[in-house]
Design a protein. Structure first.
Length: 374
């Protein structure tokens, strides 16, 4: 459980079992929902009123985001990693994986391809590779990429305040760090070697990013690790509340990655169904009205098209999830989908945008202006 949550895990677990359909329906009518309403949305009883949840969430989404859906593209810099996360194909103990770290020029090649798809928001991703991808290199990369993209965010290894400040000043405006699981015992079992064994350090890094003033702070858990996805969802929400309270100038963002097939044969301990994923996302939209909710290409085209109408505000598209993946795809026209995770929706950016338009939504590539830069 998120360590600063004021309710103990067993109390939350017991409460969730007592929630009734009537309680969920009453919570749906609450215009300013409290944490107890969030628990009602996430409860087993809410599974029976999903249609009502969808209707209410769609209204909230429309109030805060209109018909817009924002698109972003991930760019993988390195799949070299000093950590040994049991569930990840980039883990240090897995030797079959082709390792690659992009040079400055190779990163620019990837970036130009992504830009050519029409993307204007870029997410830089890397394994924990602080020697090969040091902060000063990232600063140089970001300064160059800022000439091409309006918005840059990072999903890389945790850093201290000074290094985050360097990146912020270079033009990074969003920080995402997944805690993966908030269950400390489970965390210990899954993170066997490397700096990521330090649970608290990961939490503190998000706070350091908040202190530096990143405009967007993204968080989430890797769904399928914790046998009780509801408790994991409660922890993510509690982390969101804590972050919003302490770093109220930043916008909070949530992602909902479900584990998909990875190289190395990791068996997902507790698969989360699509319906449960949808319930979780509805609960977050109903409780965190203004927060950005992300859905990646891990999920199917059909699911993504449905979920943007009720919950999600941001989607990735046309993604390649390995370093050099875009260049290789353009050269060979061969989708390499076993990178950090398996891509379930291989739609191109143009296809994803067309899907949004066909459902009355407006794909937005640029929602960030350099005027607000550091
Ligand atoms: S999840 Fe991240 S930190 Fe863990 S092995 Fe994969 S790339 Fe490295």
């Amino acid at each position: 459980m998120f360590p600063y949550c004021k309710y103990p895990e067993n109390e939350i677990h017991s409460y969730l079992q007592t929630v009734t359909q009537e309680m969920v329906l009453r919570s749906l009518d609450n215009l300013e929902p409290k944490f107890s309403d969030f628990l009602n949305y996430i409860s087993p009883a809410a599974e029976n009123v999903m249609e009502e949840m969808r209707e209410h969430a769609a209204v909230v989404r429309k109030m805060y985001f209109g018909n817009t859906v924002r698109l972003y593209g991930p760019l993988y810099i390195s799949n070299i990693c000093i950590n040994d996360c049991a569930y990840c194909g980039f883990r240090t103990s897995y030797h079959e994986h082709k390792r690659r770290r992009l040079s400055f020029d190779e990163i620019m090649v990837e970036a130009k391809i992504i830009k050519g798809y029409g993307m204007d928001s870029l997410l830089l991703v890397s394994g924990e590779d602080p020697v090969g991808v040091p902060v000063d290199f990232l600063v140089k990369v970001v300064k160059e990429l800022k000439k091409m993209f309006s918005y840059i965010s990072i999903e890389i290894y945790p850093m201290d305040r000074d290094n985050y400040r360097k990146l912020f000043e270079a033009g990074v405006h969003g920080l995402t760090i997944y805690q993966e699981t908030y269950d400390q015992e489970l965390y210990k079992k899954l993170h066997r070697r490397g700096p990521k064994t330090d649970y608290q350090n990961r939490l503190d890094a998000m706070a350091a990013g908040g202190e530096v003033g990143f405009y967007n702070l993204g968080m989430g858990a890797l769904l399928g690790l914790n046998p009780d996805w509801r408790l994991e969802a409660v922890s993510v929400a509690a982390h969101g509340l804590w972050t919003r309270k302490h770093f109220w100038r930043s916008k909070i963002q949530f992602s909902f990655p479900r584990i998909t097939q990875v190289e190395g044969g990791f068996q997902v301990p507790a698969p989360v169904s699509e319906l449960n994923l949808e319930q979780m996302m509805l609960a977050f939209r109903l409780f965190f009205h203004e927060a950005d909710l992300f859905i990646s290409t891990r999920e199917s085209r059909d699911f993504r098209t449905r979920i943007v109408k009720t919950c999600a505000s941001h989607i990735s598209a046309g993604s390649q999830v390995a370093p050099g993946g875009y260049e290789e795809y353009e050269r060979l026209k061969d989708k390499r989908d076993l990178g950090q995770f398996t891509i379930t929706d291989p739609s191109s950016v143009a296809q994803a945008a067309a899907d949004m338009k066909a459902h009355g939504l407006e794909p937005v590539f640029k929602d960030w202006d350099a005027t607000f830069g550091a």
